[in-house]
Design a protein around this ligand. Sequence first.
Ligand SMILES: [Zn+2]
Length: 293
Amino acid sequence: MRRDYYAVLGIAATAPPREIRQAFRRLARQYSPDVNFWDSAAERLFEEITEAYRVLSDPEARAMYDRFGPGFGGVLDVGRRGDDVHLAIDLDFAQAVRGVTVQVPVARFSPCPDCRATGRDRGDPCVACQGRGVRRSVDSVEIAVPPGVDTGTELRMGGEGSAGPFGGPRGDLVISTRVREHPFFVRKGDAVHCEVPISVWEALRGARIRVPTPYGESVLVVPPGTAPGQLLRLRGQGLPRLTDGTVGDLFVSVRVEVPGSLDARTEEIVRELQRLLPGPARADLARYRGGAE
Ligand SMILES: [Zn+2]
């Protein structure tokens, strides 16, 4: 159970800042671990005193404390784990496919070098960290992004978040990834979709065509009689799944391009083809006229 901070420092709730400072200095000298290094009761008391002073000496934290009591706002537990730090990183499609290592500036709390995270400097609260034992810092952190991340993927790096007050361990760094859209490849989970134009003749006769893939290039076999919009699959050319490492497929949708106009010679050839390959029977459709069923 946490004691009242005013009681810890032995002062009235109306005490001015000067009185708070004096009370803290007197008690800190009395219960300093430097003097009482064998006494765990004195050590706990010293921690209470430091914590009470840290809150009551900060006008904002004191106002919060007066309103809401301990456990709110800037109240720090000695040795507790630091907070997780969240950040988002933007990646290209190719980086999501292959994975990438990036250096990212991370704003977090780090142990105060001036007081070696103790919050005290020769018995007084450390000026550099206002007695917190931690200070804001911006550090470059290397993040290894595995292949297969998507927009909204959350990666967690243990021990790269904010340092806890007074030597507490660091929290985690939680990174959410955003993958930019690609002009050609469209991601659907571990599958990748794209659309490739083919000619009417390739659709009719079949073809082997070169298509770009997320990893380079592949030969796609278009079977004879391929219909417009048909999905052709290239196995294992999609994205790796983060959970089990299996790789998804690349689905190529074929867009059949019809020539816009024919010259006299091709017109004659197509007319001949039309005689040989009659179109679909549409007579059956007549009964639906006017919306009848
Ligand atoms: Zn310090």
